[in-house]
Design a protein around this ligand. Structure first.
Ligand SMILES: [Cu+2]
Length: 365
């Protein structure tokens, strides 16, 4: 008992000066993010209204990325730009970045976490939304739950619309995996002007294309088969890189992890590493990926501050918590990775304040 008390006083004395004065930044009322199916009809409508609002509001970053016409384009341009330019498109006209990018490296999960946080804030600050970013637990739409990808309620007419029925898409330029324009839901009207692929210089208005790859999705997006192997990992580098490999080694689709399973399974522009963000299903999918990281961080407390991974997708370099998570001037300032590690900002040094609703998901032993 005495030992316990001494330890308690000692740790309190250590903790107090460090945290003094930053209590106001700590997260007191976290936003709770819910699965699409757990929202009420009104909550779903409110989210869709807010996203539609971004597709209609004018861009703030047209001088940064001349192709951007809408506020949603600001976000798409940001993702395209940070994904870095293909060879030959790195000139100043299109602000083509070279460098490690934001996929297949250490910053992948923190970057997309911070992106979604800013997107959620923009929906709330600029489109009158008072809810949170929902997530799509696609594992519920696989044979594991006696369902199948294309039957997901996210693809309903009153949600994000369905498949692209006509796989032939005319010019302007196409995504690498072509698909048809979606014809259902309010998003059938959307015209995105940045992309497809790496296009930031001139508006190329185009529809949201999809091209479902049902077998790929059903094989790559099961919870116990594909997510449990991730959750069992004890090393962050292995954990994050395994979002893009067949982590279990037993999945039916070799080489596709849960990240590519959602993108490639939806197909069309969603399969484009640069401009997948043009499809509103992007944020639903990436919120689920962020949630998997959150589950990993919370069900074993020692995982909360674990971080690592290469700087470059080819495996070179070592990222640290000081590496910047960079947005664009019309979205949010850059922050070091350490500030987006804890969604509940328990040390008062971070910026986030949300968590995911516990929906009774099973966890590996
Ligand atoms: Cu991305």
């Amino acid at each position: 008992m005495l030992i316990h008390n001494i330890f308690f006083c000692f740790s309190l004395a250590l903790a107090l000066p460090q945290n003094a004065g930053v209590d106001n930044k700590a997260c007191k009322n976290p936003r709770i993010r819910k699965e699409w199916r757990k929202l009420t009809d009104q909550e779903r409508t409110n989210y869709l209204d807010a996203v539609e609002c971004l597709y209609k509001a004018p861009a703030k970053g047209a001088d940064l990325f001349p192709a951007a016409q809408t506020r949603h384009d600001d976000y798409s341009a940001l993702h395209i730009n940070r994904t870095t330019a293909p060879d030959g498109l790195t000139n100043s006209t299109n602000r083509g970045l070279v460098g490690p990018g934001i996929h297949f490296n250490g910053v992948f999960l923190p970057w997309h976490r911070y992106l979604i946080w800013n997107f959620e804030n923009t929906l709330r600050d600029e489109c009158g939304y008072n809810g949170t970013q929902p997530y799509w637990d696609w594992s519920k739409d696989t044979p594991e739950y006696n369902s199948s990808f294309e039957k997901s309620p996210v693809f309903f007419d009153d949600a994000f619309g369905g498949n692209g029925p006509d796989p032939v898409v005319p010019s302007p330029p196409r995504a690498p995996i072509e698909g048809g324009c979606i014809t259902t839901s309010r998003f059938a009207q959307v015209q995105n002007s940045v992309g497809p692929g790496y296009n930031l210089t001139e508006p190329h208005p185009h529809c949201i294309q999809r091209n479902f790859q049902v077998d790929l999705a059903n094989g790559a997006l099961q919870w116990e088969l594909n997510v449990w192997p991730l959750l069992r990992m004890t090393n962050f580098t292995n954990f994050t890189l395994s979002f893009d490999t067949d982590a279990g080694g037993v999945g039916t689709i070799n080489g596709f992890g849960v990240h590519g399973g959602g993108h490639g399974g939806t197909g069309g522009e969603q399969a484009n590493v640069w401009s997948s963000i043009n499809d509103p299903i992007f944020f639903m999918h990436h919120a689920q990926l962020d949630r998997i990281w959150w589950v990993w961080q919370t069900y074993k407390p020692e995982n909360l501050h674990k971080f690592g991974g290469p700087i470059y997708p080819n495996g070179t370099g070592q990222m640290t918590l000081d590496y910047p998570v960079e947005m664009s001037e019309v979205v949010a300032p850059a922050v070091p990775i350490r500030k987006v590690m804890d969604t509940l900002n328990r040390d008062g040094q971070g910026i986030l304040c949300y968590e995911y609703e516990d929906n009774g998901e099973t966890l590996p032993n």
